[in-house]
Write a protein that binds this ligand. Structure first.
Ligand SMILES: [Zn+2]
Length: 124
């Protein structure tokens, strides 16, 4: 059996749904949802639980990890994004590519480079 994760929504247990009502007969309580996968932000059972958390903690989280304090600019040097051409069937060499959002230039990628989240052509 896979490990179950608890929803991180601070009020998850307060939503009175049938699936949250658990425990021995005569002593059931509404409980935080447990799931093998929590699809909202990888930590929440629903958009509402994620919103509840964000409303309480988002400012502290941004201050902790670094607040954006200056305008960012999209330039040729940082406009590269990865894309996939799904129409190609048997030509992996041309399937994955970088495209520059400013110049529209395209450059081929290997699947390995495409899957590597640290691999980028962006320099700023
Ligand atoms: Zn929840």
């Amino acid at each position: 059996m896979s490990e179950l994760k608890l929803c991180q929504g601070p009020n998850c247990h307060q939503r009175q749904t049938k699936d949250r009502l658990k425990g021995p007969k005569g002593n059931k309580t509404y409980q935080t949802r447990r799931r093998s996968n929590l699809y909202y932000g990888n930590n929440f059972c629903s958009m509402q639980c994620m919103d509840n958390w964000l409303n309480i903690y988002v400012d502290r989280a941004i201050d902790h990890f670094g607040r954006t304090t200056e305008v960012k600019h999209l330039t040729e040097q940082n406009a590269w994004t990865k894309d996939i051409n799904w129409r190609l069937d048997n030509n992996d060499e041309l399937r994955y590519y970088f495209v520059n959002g400013i110049t529209n230039e395209q450059r081929p990628l290997t699947k390995q480079q495409y899957d590597d989240n640290n691999y980028t052509l962006n320099t700023s």
